[in-house]
Ligand binder design. Structure first.
Ligand code: SAM
Length: 345
């Protein structure tokens, strides 16, 4: 049976009931102006008109220090543990989880870290072919809006993201895919190292969702440390992952009592299911490889926290056509789509 999830009145999204037992969200009075946003620091992330995406290169207003709030702004232990400024050539870097789309989905501790930084740094992806008319990099743009709201005096510096090899011949196996991603991490590490070398001070890196899930920021910072040019003191502030937003919106506990939940990618789903897993969260989806799981139950969320937020749940065999239609619609209407789902046998 499929079902419709009702959102709280003050939710950051609007919704319309779908005809097939699914809820289907559309732009509402949220301040994201048609919103876009997803992340990626790490792997694939989201699908756009033509591929992957980044955004324009942009700078948030201001340019100085995040002094808003003075001592209060740095009250969280993780932020003020070692004094105010980078010292003796040591650079403090706060890797800040910013939540998965909603501008208020950020912790107070994370806001303090943003405010305490001298500047923030984020990758800017080039627009994919065929994406004319779309914001150049919706996720970068979203970070700009987020900083404007929570740390308006902190400049967001864009680092042009090196292109990643995406041909199917270079990523056809897991090993090939890993090799391509590692090369890309190296190129990214060099670009970020240069950006930080050119600008002294404490740095905040706003990371989509939580830095621990399918995000490469921590691996890239480790590479920069290994290269030996910069002495980095890295601290991590957790964020609300898309997994948690999915669970909250569907009012789900992610596992049965005392049970197990596996987290994997769309790319590896079939292998994981073949291995006997029967309760699995799936991220990084370039498509929905679940035709063979018609009798399983799915709880699906697309563009969570954004104006297009859409929720569907039901038996896979019943809702799959609607899910595919939603993915197309979100891409067309919002310029990007990111989805996450729980599958249970
Ligand atoms: C590169 S991973 C980053 C995950 C992120 N670190 C987190 O904790 O949510 C991007 C994937 O997360 C999921 N995701 C992130 N934001 C989402 C959103 N707003 N709505 C639905 N899925 C999202 C999608 O599966 C997407 O392909």
């Amino acid at each position: 049976m499929s079902s419709t999830v009702m959102l709280p009145k003050n939710a950051d999204v609007a919704q319309n009931s779908g005809s097939h037992g699914y809820a289907h969200g559309h732009g509402s009075g949220n301040e994201r102006g048609g919103g876009h946003g997803h992340d990626n620091g790490g792997g694939d992330g989201y699908a756009r008109g033509g591929g992957d995406g980044g955004d324009g290169d942009g700078y948030a207003p201001g340019g100085g220090h995040g002094d808003a709030g003075g001592a209060d702004a740095r009250s969280a232990a993780a932020v003020d543990a070692r004094g105010r400024a980078s010292e003796g050539g040591r650079r403090r870097v706060w890797v800040v989880g910013i939540g998965s789309g909603g501008l208020d989905q950020i912790t107070v501790e994370a806001v303090h870290a943003l405010q305490a930084a001298d500047y923030a740094l984020a990758a800017v992806k080039s627009a994919p072919a065929g994406a004319e008319g779309l914001p150049t990099d919706p996720l970068f743009a979203r970070r700009e809006v987020l900083l404007g709201r929570h740390a308006p005096n902190v400049e967001l510096v864009g680092v042009p993201d090196p292109e990643r090899e995406r041909s199917s011949s270079s990523t056809s196996t897991h090993g090939d895919y890993r090799g391509v991603v590692l090369d890309w991490h190296e190129a990214r590490a060099a670009a970020w190292e240069q950006a930080m070398a050119e600008r002294p001070g404490d740095v905040a890196i706003p990371v989509w969702g939580d830095p621990a899930f399918y995000d490469s920021t921590l691996r890239i910072l480790e590479r920069i440390r290994e290269r030996g040019r910069l002495d980095l003191d890295v601290q991590v502030l957790p964020g609300i992952s898309a997994l948690q937003v999915l669970a909250a919106r569907h009012r789900l506990v992610l596992h049965e009592i005392g049970g197990t939940v596996t987290v994997t990618t769309g790319r590896r789903l079939q292998e994981v299911v073949a291995g006997g897993v029967d309760n699995v969260l799936v991220m990084l989806n370039s498509d929905l490889p679940i035709d063979d799981l018609a009798d399983w139950h799915i709880w699906w969320g697309g563009n969570l926290g954004d104006a297009g937020e859409t929720l569907v749940s039901g038996r896979v065999g019943e809702v799959l056509p609607a899910l595919r239609a939603h993915r197309e619609r979100l891409r067309d209407e919002h310029g990007w789509v990111m989805d996450v789902y729980l599958l249970r046998r």
